[in-house]
Write a protein that binds this ligand. Structure first.
Ligand SMILES: N[C@@H](CCC(=O)N[C@@H](CS)C(=O)NCC(=O)O)C(=O)O
Length: 207
């Protein structure tokens, strides 16, 4: 049995998509971030970093419960456990890792900061907005170039790398990125959005 602590946010969407794609049953426990539930001791016992998502696999390695934070680590764990959402081809497998880490290390943080400085900062900080928005634009251009050459980020197959990036790119506007400038990213988002598993994940988080 899987328990997932999550919320309707970009990082919160990644794991429900993977679980729906893998056809794994899970209990979704919604964490109210605006009420600070992610900083309560019971949640910090699962993830001392105080952030969603957190997965609890009651049937983890060695048939022991495992609690795991960090969306990239969770998606890699689930994909390896179920033998899916990772390319079989060894080069494409490494490409999936490359894009997975690019999302964790660059796209997530840059989009997150761009959005915060654009929309939530208590006072305008133009230099920060320029810096993070430009980085978000640069990274989106990088993905657009990749997707002009191949249908999925790892190459020929849909993988956890696509799920990682999709959750942020679908709300690129939040970071001040206009997707009309990036037709290959736009078309890739439309292809992923049309997947039944993605629609089920969105519906579960929103309800
Ligand atoms: N690197 C983490 C980022 C997780 C993260 O930033 N989660 C946000 C929601 S999208 C959160 O829990 N924010 C609440 C807070 O910062 O207090 C991951 O990929 O899982």
């Amino acid at each position: 049995m899987i328990e997932l602590y999550s919320a309707n946010t970009p990082n919160g969407l990644k794991v429900p998509i993977a679980l729906e794609e893998l056809d794994v049953e899970y209990r979704l426990i919604k964490v109210n971030l605006s009420q600070g539930e992610q900083k309560r001791p019971s949640f910090l016992a699962l993830n001392p970093n105080g952030r969603i998502p957190v997965l609890v696999d009651l049937d983890g390695p060695g048939a022991q419960p495992l609690n795991l934070a960090e969306s990239g680590a969770i998606l890699l764990y689930l994909a390896q456990k179920h033998g899916a959402l990772l390319p079989q081809d060894p080069v494409e497998y490494q490409r999936a890792m490359e894009y997975l880490f690019l999302q964790v290390a660059s796209v997530g943080p840059m989009f997150g900061q761009a959005g915060w400085f654009l929309r939530s900062a208590p006072e305008p900080v133009p230099l920060a907005i320029e810096r993070y928005r430009n980085e978000s634009l640069r990274l989106t251009a990088l993905l657009d170039e990749r997707l002009a050459e191949v249908p999925w980020l790892a190459g020929s197959s849909y993988s956890i790398a696509d799920i990682m990036h999709f959750s942020w790119l679908r709300i690129a506007d939040y970071a001040g990125v206009d997707l009309n400038q990036f037709p290959h990213v736009r078309a890739w988002i439309d292809r992923i959005s049309a997947r039944p598993a993605v629609q089920r994940a969105l519906a579960r988080l929103q309800n």
